[in-house]
Design a protein around this ligand. Structure first.
Ligand code: NAD
Length: 260
């Protein structure tokens, strides 16, 4: 018996085998979910298709979340294929590289809009498109980072975006509550992915994190996948609007000890 038996899960944001979305897809498949994967565009197809095969997934569709039309199209295709959707995972973020280096006050207007559109609004847009098709017992999940609450140097506009994303989780949780659908976020510790590589100083921060965090270890996509199973399964049936930290305990620290 898997924890997600008979659930249909649509996962957005697989770019390669390091993606958090891939960790989630593998954990969901292990727990018996039927999976659909969506990726950003043509350039990623050759990486994503072989991964999908590994977990027996044959619904692999492109969707640029900047396009309402493409979002509508994938919602329609998913419903045609599966008849319903129980779980929606949003593991998508984007900001221009130049916004993720140096002072936050240098953020451009266009860069701010882009980061907000792709990293924040897209979750609401997906929720809107899938709302009629998700029934009681369903769950929506997104990915955030502690830079929403505290300053993480160079994270800049993405920290502001994550704060807005977490607020969206609460508003969506309120809206979806009446149809028995839960909306949550996982706040993951740093993981070496394509998106993370765009943040200046990430490598050093990643190394220090494992030295400082209470559990003295970095977080893996498997760790996040397992937490996602919990949040999207019936085990979390009364948890909604929450941000669950999967960060080796880093967020509880007020100050770190000097590293020898
Ligand atoms: P990743 O690069 O593997 O995933 C980011 C995904 O966003 C990619 O699949 C990319 O194709 C997709 N994307 C970007 N623009 C898009 C668009 N217009 N349309 C559709 N898809 C688009 O990196 P990741 O670290 O797995 O990121 C997944 C999520 O996890 C992001 O929200 C990220 O902020 C969050 N997160 C990451 C870390 C970390 O340290 N890696 C920590 C906490 C939270």
């Amino acid at each position: 018996m898997g924890l997600l038996d008979s659930k249909v899960a649509l996962i957005f944001g697989v770019a390669n085998d390091r993606s958090i979305a891939w960790g989630i897809a593998q954990a969901f498949a292990r727990e018996g979910a039927q999976i659909g994967i969506s990726y950003a565009g043509e350039a990623l197809e050759k990486r994503v298709r072989p991964l999908a095969v590994q977990i027996g997934c044959n619904f692999v569709e492109p969707c640029d979340v900047a396009s309402d039309e493409q979002i509508q199209r994938i919602a329609q295709k998913a419903v045609e294929r599966f008849g319903k959707v129980d779980i929606l995972v949003h593991a998508i973020a984007f900001a221009n590289r130049e916004e993720l280096n140096g002072p936050y006050y240098n953020t451009s207007r266009a860069g701010f809009h882009l980061a907000m559109d792709i990293s924040v609004y897209s979750f609401t847009a997906l929720a809107q498109a899938f709302q009629p098709h998700i029934s009681a017992g369903g769950a929506l999940l997104t990915l955030t980072y502690y830079g929403s609450e505290k300053v993480a140097p160079h994270y800049n506009v993405m920290g502001v975006a994550k704060a807005a994303l977490e607020a969206s989780v609460r508003y969506l949780a309120y809206d979806f509550g009446r149809q028995g659908v839960r909306v949550n976020a996982i706040s993951a510790g740093p993981i070496r992915t394509l998106a993370a590589a765009g943040v200046a100083g990430f490598k050093d921060m990643y190394k220090r994190y494992a030295e400082i965090a209470p559990l003295r270890s970095n977080v893996t996509i498997e760790d996040v996948g397992n937490a996602a199973v919990f949040l999207c399964s019936d085990l979390a049936s009364k948890t909604t609007g929450e941000v669950l930290f999967v960060d080796s305990g880093y967020n509880i620290l007020g100050i770190s000890e000097a590293i020898e």
